[in-house]
Design a protein around this ligand. Structure first.
Ligand SMILES: *Cc1c(COP(=O)(O)O)cnc(C)c1O
Length: 465
């Protein structure tokens, strides 16, 4: 064995304690660290011929790279929709790597059973019935890709062909209807060979990102002659956390034949708050549902779930026949359910946080995020220099400058804020804007006051263009 490897094996308990101490001090520094630090990224160095062992590697990482990394695990990183990692989720994730299981086959171990138990708990959290089967994947984009791959096979079933066997060309034109679809939908359609231009944007309600049901019905009628469509409903849009009326979309099925995929990447968590649960009424009736866990469940990257009522079609697409793998059977191995074969047992982190904090703990996180978004929204509304662009429906506040809301001035504003808070730019209805998304369990009211103060100071410094 290489001497460095042998040494590290010998010293492993001590080395892991060093890493643990380092991790704990890092977490303790999250409040004070610059949210987006300014040091330049270190220049690349060539791969060293000789290894230095774990201890020196940790020191080099801490010195060269850590000063440049964003405090996205901390409470004031409000870009994208970026959750943190609860203590239990972090511990579960450490143990996932420690066990280093490949939970893709029933030929060994109970890993897949742990994943199934976690799926059952998650279904309960989101109000999904046991007609929905779930599988862990790496993110909402992958979840939507799997959901739409299953939908593609359903279109084939309706037309008496199998795209999985004969290729997507067997389908003819495909129409995918959605109001304010997330960008990941186009990516999924590209990967699936359906093509980005298959996405037909449907009008949203005035001043909203929620689909106009009458416009959706018109689009369904217009494309009826080409055969069934795919409809993607949005439960939580990224700009304003708006929700389509899923029940009304479901009602259209009485007259039109379509597959309903719901992108509930973070919006599914509305189900945890009694005051907001109505936003996801009808979710269970969807044919496939995408939910991210690395956002509002606060487990580390990368973790999401794909739910579908048609696991038979899912396996038609993803089955991986090999002599050494088990047969499909009634409960297919994960190798038959997703694009990957090898399968990180990422369910452990979700299992840990659900067990440690329960429904009530996760409800508290969700409700606190919503309260924080409201407080910031109210403060923005009260500042003459800013304009709130939509009511705070859930956990996102979307706003812009009252005067000269150009992308350049917004970038200047976020640059001034970088140490204290991270916001991401967007464009809403043609207007450049910023969004603050709340989904980290650490974020609390004192953070919002700090953010409001930082905003006021930055606005004071901001120059006219
Ligand atoms: C984040 C997000 C996605 C994409 O999720 P990834 O986990 O980054 O792949 C899709 N849809 C919505 C609504 C999202 O918020």
């Amino acid at each position: 064995m290489h001497p460095r490897l042998a040494e590290d094996r010998e010293e492993l308990p001590k080395l892991l304690r060093d890493v643990q101490r380092h991790a704990a001090s890092l977490l303790a520094s999250l409040d004070e660290r610059d949210v987006v630090p300014s040091p330049p990224v270190p220049p690349p160095t060539p791969l060293p011929a000789r290894g230095v062992g774990l201890k020196a590697t940790l020191e080099e990482f801490a010195e060269r790279w850590e000063p440049t990394l964003s405090a996205s695990a901390g409470p004031r990183y409000l870009g994208f929709v970026t959750g943190g990692a609860t203590p239990a989720a972090l511990a579960g994730d450490w143990l996932t790597s420690t066990w280093d299981l490949n939970a893709f086959s029933s030929l060994d171990g109970a890993g897949q059973h742990l994943e199934r138990e976690t799926i059952t708990w998650l279904r309960g959290l989101f109000g999904l019935s046991d007609r929905h089967h779930g599988t862990f994947v790496s993110g909402a984009t992958m979840s939507t890709t799997v959901g739409l791959a299953t939908a593609r096979e359903w279109l084939g079933e309706r037309k008496g062909v199998s795209p999985a066997e004969d290729g997507v060309g067997a389908l003819g034109p495909v129409r995918v209807l959605s109001g304010a679809a997330h960008s990941s939908v186009s990516k999924a359609l590209s990967v699936l060979g359906v093509g980005r231009t298959a996405l037909v944007p449907v009008d949203t309600l005035p001043g909203r990102e929620a689909v106009d049901i009458a416009a959706l019905e018109r689009a369904l009628r217009e494309h009826q002659a080409d055969g069934p469509c795919l409809v993607i409903a949005n439960a939580g849009t990224v700009n304003t956390a708006d929700f389509d009326d899923v029940l009304a979309i479901c009602a259209l099925r009485e007259r039109y034949d379509f597959w309903l995929h719901v992108d509930a990447a973070f919006g599914a968590f509305a189900a945890l708050s009694p005051d907001h649960a109505h936003l996801v009424d009808g979710l269970d009736a969807a044919d496939s549902v995408c939910v991210d866990l690395h956002k509002w469940l606060n487990v580390p990257y990368d973790s999401a779930v794909q739910f579908t009522r048609r696991r038979d079609l899912q396996t038609a697409v993803f089955q991986n026949a090999a002599a050494y793998l088990g047969p499909l059977g009634d409960t297919p191995d994960t190798a038959h359910l997703t694009p990957e074969n090898s399968h990180r047992l990422r369910a452990i982190a979700a299992w840990f946080t659900l067990r440690a904090y329960g429904r009530d703990g996760h409800r508290e996180i969700v409700e606190r995020s919503i309260a924080c978004a409201r407080t910031l929204g109210d403060a923005v509304d009260a500042m003459p220099e800013l304009r709130l662009l939509a009511p705070v429906h859930l956990n996102v506040a979307c706003f812009t400058l009252a005067e000269e809301p150009t992308a350049e001035r917004l970038t200047a504003l976020t640059d001034l804020l970088a140490a204290e808070v991270f916001l991401t730019p967007t464009v809403l209805d043609g207007v450049p804007a910023l969004r603050a998304a709340f989904s980290n369990w650490r974020t609390d009211e004192p953070d919002i006051h700090r953010i409001i103060t930082a905003l006021q100071k930055a606005l004071h410094k901001l120059q006219p263009s």
